[in-house]
Design a protein around this ligand. Structure first.
Ligand SMILES: Nc1ncnc2c1ncn2[C@@H]1O[C@H](COP(=O)(O)OP(=O)(O)OP(=O)(O)O)[C@@H](O)[C@H]1O
Length: 235
C-alpha cells in the first residue's frame, strides 16, 4: 500500500527526515508518532507529494509517486490545519469539493452523524474551531479511497464527535482500508491503532504493536512507554 525507502528531507540546515524506511502492506490503522517537530507532517506530506524529498523513493499502491500524480485520487487526506476560504458557506464548500473530486451522497450521512445541518448556511470564517474540524472530517470521509491520512484528527472535537470519529475510522478499517494517523492524544492512539510507527531524530525508532512497545521499554502502560523513549533519548 505504502512503501518508503531511504527518505531524506531537509529544510535549509534543518535535517528533518534522515533515512526513513517504512513498508505498510495495507489494511489497518497505523499511528505515526513522535515529539513536536520530529517530522510526522513532513512524512505525511511526502507521501501526498506536497513535500518533495531530497532523496529516497515512495510508492503508493504499487506506483512510484514521482512518476505520476494520479495516485492522489486514491488518498483521502485530513490536514492538520485546514485553510478554508472564510467567505464560503459550508454547503458551498461541500458542493465545490464534490465538483472537484466526484459526486457522492455520503455527505448527507456525515452531516447527520456530526450534526452539521445548522451550520450549512454559515460562512466558514464564522465557525468555531471544533465545527470547522467536523466539516474538515466530513470532506475527508465523503469519498471512498483505499488510503486515508489523518493529521491530528481529534483537534477541537467534543466528546460525542470524538466517539463518532472513532466509529468512522473503525468502519473504514472494516472495509479493508489503510489509515495513517498522527496524534498527540495517547488515549486515542491506544484505542484506535493496530500498530505504531515512532519517529525520533529523523529515523524510525520503533515500529510495532503497543504491547511490543511496552515490552521493549519495560513500562506498564502506553503513556509511560512513550515517555520513557523521550526521556531516554533526551527528546
Ligand atoms: N515548509 C517548511 N519550511 C521550513 N521548515 C519546515 C517546513 N515544514 C516543516 N518544517 C520544519 O520541519 C520540522 C518538522 O516539522 P513537522 O511539521 O513535520 O513536525 P511534526 O512532527 O508534524 O510536529 P508536530 O507534532 O508539532 O505537529 C520542524 O522543525 C519544522 O519547523
Amino acid at each position: 500500500m505504502v512503501s518508503i525507502q531511504n527518505l531524506y528531507k531537509r529544510f535549509g540546515k534543518n535535517e528533518v527526515l534522515k533515512g526513513i524506511d517504512l513498508s505498510i502492506k495495507g489494511g489497518g490503522i497505523f499511528a505515526i508518532l513522535g515529539p513536536n517537530g520530529s517530522g510526522k507532517t513532513t512524512l505525511i506530506k511526502s507521501i501526498l507529494g506536497m513535500v518533495i524529498p531530497n532523496k529516497g523513493d515512495i510508492s503508493v499502491l504499487g506506483e512510484n509517486i514521482s512518476k505520476n500524480s494520479d495516485y492522489r485520487h486514491k488518498i483521502d487526506y485530513l490536514p492538520q490545519i485546514a485553510n478554508f476560504p472564510s467567505n464560503l458557506k459550508v454547503k458551498e464548500l461541500i458542493r465545490m469539493i464534490k465538483d472537484l473530486r466526484k459526486n457522492t451522497n455520503e455527505d448527507e450521512r456525515l452531516i447527520e452523524l456530526f450534526k452539521i445541518q445548522p451550520f450549512l448556511d454559515k460562512k466558514l470564517g464564522n465557525l468555531s474551531g471544533g465545527t470547522k474540524q467536523k466539516v474538515n472530517i466530513l470532506l475527508t470521509f465523503m469519498f471512498d479511497s483505499p488510503l486515508i491520512i489523518l493529521d491530528e484528527p481529534t483537534t477541537g472535537l467534543d466528546p460525542i464527535s470524538l466517539i463518532r470519529l472513532k466509529e468512522l475510522i473503525q468502519d473504514e478499517k472494516a472495509k479493508g482500508k489503510t489509515i495513517l494517523i498522527t496524534s498527540h492524544i495517547m488515549s486515542f492512539v491506544e484505542e484506535v491503532s493496530d500498530e505504531i510507527v515512532f519517529i525520533l531524530e529523523g529515523k524510525i525508532y520503533f515500529r510495532g504493536s503497543i504491547s511490543e512497545l511496552k515490552t521493549k521499554t519495560s513500562q506498564p502502560d502506553f503513556e509511560h512507554a512513550i515517555a520513557s523513549i523521550l526521556t531516554d533519548n533526551h527528546a
